[in-house]
Design a protein around this ligand. Structure first.
Ligand SMILES: Nc1ncnc2c1ncn2[C@@H]1O[C@H](COP(=O)(O)OP(=O)(O)OP(=O)(O)O)[C@@H](O)[C@H]1O
Ligand SMILES: [Mg+2]
Length: 280
């Protein structure tokens, strides 16, 4: 699926008003009293089966608004499938919950309109310029002030000087900036970013993460999948999935301590080793 395709899918539903229930932090109930924020993601028991095989199995996930949650797990562990259920593009076989206070099943169309989804594979149009791609996505979302919104997105991501450049001629880092600009155009309050920095050089990754932190500071919630440990350490909370099962959730320090590990990478290696014994 292309990124423009995902924008089209996300744009294909009615807008809906925001709603949210205050909730506590399931990861740290004691601290939650002082820091409780509404939950942007609150889902329980999510399941998805393909060909009789559970690729997402009883997944629970809670993320408070304005937080950055890193989503880690081996290849094929169910990250993309989970993300697509969260943004309303894939109907779960079981489980329930809310994104941005909207019901995952009954209000999937509204969720699609209110989240920004950056697909794992770059999918904007190579033969359109940066500006043309953004204008196209703005049309899909029927934004009233298209030119103003596109100008603002170009400025925000530092893309102005390259706006006439064809997307197909951009390097990996610039492509990812463009993809982020595209998924911010409709001002989503929840961003679901699927390996946004895979294959991107360290400087571009750092700049991308500075953007993510800036967005979180503005109150936007971010769920971001990654295989990079340095990126995991820049998240407020982490979740780790393998064989479709959520094996750990918490801060990096909590996960390391619970696994009896020396560092995060060691913790994940231990977790996946245990999961292999139990589920493979
Ligand atoms: N539409 C589909 N039909 C059949 N199987 C699928 C489908 N989509 C995903 N799968 C399978 O579900 C499992 C989980 O896939 P998913 O893409 O969610 O993993 P992932 O954690 O995102 O992996 P990666 O890190 O490689 O991106 C894989 O075994 C994959 O082959
Ligand atoms: Mg994936």
């Amino acid at each position: 699926m292309t990124h423009a395709g995902s924008a089209a899918e996300l744009a294909a539903g009615p807008a809906a008003g925001p709603a949210a229930d205050p909730a506590t932090d399931p990861l740290n109930p004691a601290q939650a009293l002082a820091t409780a924020r509404p939950l942007a993601i609150d889902v329980r028991g999510l399941c998805k089966r393909y060909g009789g095989r559970a690729v997402v199995d009883q997944v629970d996930l809670q993320v408070q608004r304005g937080r950055i949650c890193g989503f880690l797990g081996p290849n094929g562990s169910g990250k993309t499938t989970t993300i697509r259920m969260l943004c309303g593009l894939l109907t779960p076989d079981a489980g329930s919950g809310t994104c941005l206070g909207l019901d995952l099943r009954a209000q999937a169309a509204a969720i699609k309109r209110q989240v920004g989804y950056m697909t794992q594979k770059f999918g904007l149009y190579d033969d359109l310029s940066i500006r043309e791609n953004l204008d196209f996505v703005a049309r899909l979302f029927e934004l009233p002030n298209r030119r103003v919104e596109v100008d603002a997105a170009l400025a925000r991501l530092g893309l102005e000087a390259r706006q006439r450049q064809l997307a197909g001629t951009l390097s990996g880092g610039w492509k990812q900036r463009l993809a982020l600009a595209a998924c911010l155009l409709h001002h989503p309050q929840l961003l679901l970013l699927d390996e946004p920095t895979a294959g991107v050089d360290p400087k571009a990754r750092r700049e991308f993460w500075d953007q993510i932190h800036q967005l979180a500071a503005e109150g936007i919630t971010v769920l971001v999948s990654t295989h990079y440990m340095d990126e995991a350490l820049r998240c407020d909370q982490l979740c780790y999935i393998a064989y479709g099962r959520m094996l750990a959730q918490g801060t990096a320090a909590q996960i390391i301590a619970a696994a009896g590990a020396s560092d995060l990478e060691d913790a994940f290696v231990r977790l996946v080793g245990q999961a292999q014994d139990n589920f493979a």
